[in-house]
Design a protein around this ligand. Structure first.
Ligand code: PEP
Ligand code: MN
Length: 334
């Protein structure tokens, strides 16, 4: 719309788009209003938009991720996780153990990450394991512990959901739902979290292209849940020296394409704790809005991903490095 377009003009355009059989997505800034038509573009392309009062121009959003695109929503989104903000000039750290194993270990780890400056507590209760014989988490019992630890240390919580049924249970106990790499293209699950009213941490599949990640996000957004954070967590390549290959370039590429906050996970690509800090420092320098890190107070006893779990002391040192790097890059095209 033209700067200063009136509410009547905006409503008129919305009505025309709806009459033509499309849905609308309205982004109202202080000066500019952008109205997106969602659905079959051919239905609205034929209308004479240039002659419609208040319209500046009509253009095809060429990207298929319409709601996620920066074009539709030029201002970066800030996602609120029970009072903690991701995006909008913050570097937000989510940390905790891979999996909730027992109360003592969770509370010790949660206290340590809180002290180091993490804002959101992570912990899996429904683990996707490569082998069916491995520990798969404590289920609802694990979520209760996670909620208790979050309350004790004043941190919102994030946990992975693998099935449609997990969504309802996780929503009862946690503040943010994580879709894991293995489920990035589980479209039924994406649709289900699209109906939930909790923020979603969407991890990139390890064989997924960036455009596929954006389209996966689009499933959630088009379902009505606008609270999505994207997460780069490493790809499967020919290299075996690391667990996955950290695609640091995904961070600035995503930033060019979408208004959604972009975070990264240095733990899963690293595969071992000593490699986590250099990957994390690179991710901050690349312009991410935050990171999710696995920290365990006793990694040698961890029942899942112990090799890559950072000790609290090393994590605290990393947090200091990240804060310094973020000071340098913040505001730099972000
Ligand atoms: C995790 O966060 O523990 C996890 C399983 O991550 P990913 O889905 O990225 O492998
Ligand atoms: Mn893990």
């Amino acid at each position: 719309m033209k700067p200063g377009a009136t509410d009547e003009q905006i409503d008129h355009v919305i009505a025309r788009i709806k009459e033509a059989g499309c849905n609308t997505h309205v982004s109202r800034g202080q000066e500019l209003t952008i109205i997106g038509a969602i659905g079959d573009e051919t239905k609205v392309e034929g209308l004479n938009w240039r002659a419609t009062p208040g319209v500046e121009r009509a253009e095809r959003v060429t990207k298929p991720w319409k709601i996620a695109s920066l074009q539709m929503h030029p201002k970066p989104s800030v996602i609120d996780v029970a009072g903690v903000k991701i995006g909008g000039g913050n570097f937000t750290v989510m940390a905790g153990p891979c999996t909730v194993e027992d109360k003592k270990m969770l509370f010790d780890s949660a206290g340590a990450v809180k002290k180091a400056g993490a804002k959101i507590l992570r912990g899996g209760a429904f683990k996707p394991r490569t082998s069916p014989y491995d520990f798969m988490g404590l289920g609802e019992e694990g979520l209760k512990l996670l909620q208790a630890a979050g309350r004790e240390f004043g941190m919102p919580t994030v946990t992975e959901v693998r099935t449609l049924a997990h969504v309802e249970v996780a929503c009862r106990y946690c503040d943010m739902l994580q879709i894991g790499a293995r489920n990035m293209q589980n479209y039924d699950l994406l649709t289900e979290v699209g109906k939930a009213r909790k923020p979603v941490l969407l991890k990139r599949g390890f064989a997924a292209q960036i455009k596929e990640l954006l389209l996966a996000a689009e499933y959630i957004l088009s379902g009505g849940n606008t609270q999505v954070v994207l997460c780069e967590r490493g790809m499967r390549t020919f290299e075996t020296a690391t667990r996955f290959t950290f695609d640091v370039s995904a961070i600035p590429v995503l930033k060019e394409q979408t208004h959604l906050p972009v975070v990264f996970d240095p733990s899963h690509p690293a595969g071992k704790a000593a490699l986590v800090p250099p990957l994390a420092r690179a991710g901050v320098a690349a312009g991410a809005d935050g990171m999710i890190v696995e920290v365990h107070c006793a990694p040698e006893e961890a029942r899942c991903d112990g090799d890559q779990a950072m000790q609290p002391g090393a994590f605290e040192a990393l947090m200091k490095d990240c804060a310094k790097i973020f000071e340098i890059v913040k505001g730099n095209g972000r």
